[in-house]
Design a protein around this ligand. Structure first.
Ligand code: PMP
Length: 285
């Protein structure tokens, strides 16, 4: 039986989990969300995800109708009710039902739902052999427009870059920011290794502060690896010894080709493997 969906405080069957066409989440992309994973019945970094959800909501002046504790409890409760141990969890809060026209004050009550499901972003083969990506011509949203730190329901920026990736016969694209520096991929943060040091763009480059990114930075520091959050150019990616992407759904994915340039040996590198192994241990161990 399909897992039930938590919708505004109730567990409902999947085909009854519906929202009105007058919801501003649908009409205008007005809302926020989180993507979370549970491993063996434990939700990974739940507090961080809940906090980011509230930070995103705060950024768009949306008041979540529950306390952070109650949101966390609802996530865990939904998983338990569905008897799911290894799941991908999507928490969404929309502005709610309103009138046509942008005014969010015409939406008296947010809609909130929690989906517990499975997600497979990339075939297993790519985790072993590495992924090919391109640079998208679509630039990442300017931080003074919708700041990429907000995990909003407005993913068109990322979707346009994803279309470019697919058109080029690849699965993912890296986006540059308004200054031409590397920002992030359509649903993942990006890292490179050069001369034994780990580099990733800073939050100020206009990226989502990824929870997997944080975890990798923590793992790297604990392993006494030199870590730098620095602006990177496209050329920095091309000449990297290793490259990998991080995200809740994707976890840690090695990248071996960017814009037809082979990265390092053309195979997932030793630092990437070590970090991925430790990440695997922290999530499943
Ligand atoms: N960047 C973007 C644009 C994302 O949507 C995501 C999440 N899918 C990430 C980075 C990775 O963030 P996290 O590790 O918190 O999932």
């Amino acid at each position: 039986m399909a897992p039930k969906v938590w919708l505004n405080g109730e567990l409902v069957e999947r085909d009854r989990a519906v929202i009105t066409v007058f919801d501003h989440g649908l009409l205008y992309g007005d809302g926020v969300f989180e993507g979370i994973r549970s491993y063996n019945g434990r939700v990974f970094r739940l507090e961080k995800h809940v906090r980011r959800l509230f930070d995103s909501a705060n950024g768009i002046r949306l008041e979540i109708p529950l306390t952070p504790q109650a949101v966390g409890d609802a996530v865990v409760g939904t998983l338990q009710a569905n008897g799911m141990k290894d799941a991908y969890i999507r928490v969404v809060v929309t502005r709610g039902e309103g009138t046509l026209g942008l005014d969010p004050n015409r939406c008296p009550k947010p809609n909130m739902f929690i989906i517990t499901d499975k997600i497979v972003l990339y075939p297993q083969e790519l985790y072993e052999n590495g992924l090919e990506i391109i640079t998208a011509s679509t630039m990442r949203n300017h931080p003074n427009a919708v700041n990429p730190r907000l995990k909003s329901l407005n993913y068109l920026n990322n979707i346009l870059a994803k279309i470019e990736a697919i058109d080029a016969g690849t699965l993912e694209a890296v986006m540059l920011n308004h200054l031409g520096y590397v920002a992030e991929c359509t649903g993942d943060n990006i890292f490179i290794v050069r001369d034994g040091r780990l580099f990733t763009p800073p939050i100020a480059a206009g990226i989502l502060e990824g929870i997997t990114r944080d975890e990798i930075l923590d793992i790297a520091r604990a392993a006494r690896l030199e870590v730098r959050e620095e602006n990177l150019t496209r050329q920095d990616l091309y000449v990297a010894d290793e490259c990998f992407l991080t995200g809740t759904a994707a976890e840690v994915v090695p990248v071996v080709r960017i814009d037809k340039r082979t990265i390092g040996s053309g195979k997932p590198g030793p630092v990437t493997k070590r970090l991925a192994e430790e990440f695997h241990r922290r999530t499943r161990g």
